[in-house]
Every structure is written in structure tokens, then in C-alpha cells.
Design a protein around this ligand. Sequence first.
Ligand SMILES: [Fe+2]
Ligand SMILES: [Fe+2]
Length: 178
Amino acid sequence: MGRLLTRAQIQRLVATYGREVLEHEHMNIERCCYQHGNVTTFAHSIRVACLAVWMADRAHLWYRVDLKSLIRAALLHDYFLYDWHDWDEGRHRWHGFTHGHAALANALRDFDLNRIERDSIANHMFPMTPMPPRYIEGYLVTFADKISATAETLSPDRFNRRELPASPSHASIEGPSC
Ligand SMILES: [Fe+2]
Ligand SMILES: [Fe+2]
């Protein structure tokens, strides 16, 4: 890639390379769960994907980064498919430490993942979790996630939560739902 990517170009790349993930029916669960502030897990994941691509572009990392793996890992990094704000008898108490592996388990069930995608999803919470990412794509996802999560958590809009619709796919998913 020659010139720097525009926001629209980055969004198109995410839509193109992330299509299989974005169109999966289980993404409906992410659409009905808030992640940080008033941002759903679905919207957060797209933000992380766009920011990770932006960082790779601005850092001129294209000779080292697999774009499709980067986008898919970013879109799936929080694919844990529950609302971690629910008390749920304490089952989500360790969410911050465990959800990377929960996301990976769900993603492996629903998609064929390569080693970059698997590692980047599992270790995106580093340094809260002990294993650092093994690939540069994982570091991009991790940095983009931290930046997005901080911005979403501190946003003045964070209290303006609308009621989210119940996902029609709830009944077909095992485990907790939002
Ligand atoms: Fe996460
Ligand atoms: Fe995240």
C-alpha cells in the first residue's frame, strides 16, 4: 500500500476481510451487550479492528502484518458472547482474566482460525494476563483495544445508554446471554 489509508478505506477493508465474522449470527449477541460505556461489544470490536489497521498503516508495518488475520483477530477478540456486567451468580467475576480464552473457544467453534488469529485473541488482555502476544498482529490488537476501551469508558456519552433489543439468536446459544 502506497499512500496512507483514509477512514473510509479502513472501514472498507474491515468490512471486506471481516465479512465472515461480521455476518455470523452469533454477532447478534455482541450487538445486544454493552462493553464499555454506551458502546456495544459489536461496535467496540469494529473500532478495535479499524484502529489496529490505522496503527499498522501509520507505522508502515504492511511488510510485516497479515491484514486479514489482523482484522479477524480484532473482530473476534471479545467474542465471549455474554454480558460481563451481569452478576450471574459471580460466574463473570474473573472476566478480565478469562474472557480472552472464552472468546477463543467460541471463535474456534464458529470459524477456522490460523495461528496468528488464535494467539492474538487468547492473549489480547496482556499484561493483565501473563502471556504476551506472539505476533505483531496481537500487539496491534492489544494496543488498539486498550486505547478504545479507555476512550469508551471515559466518554461523556457513557451514561447515555439506550435499551438494547434482545437478540433473536439467544435461544440457539449455549451459556449466558445478554
Ligand atoms: Fe477483551
Ligand atoms: Fe476489547
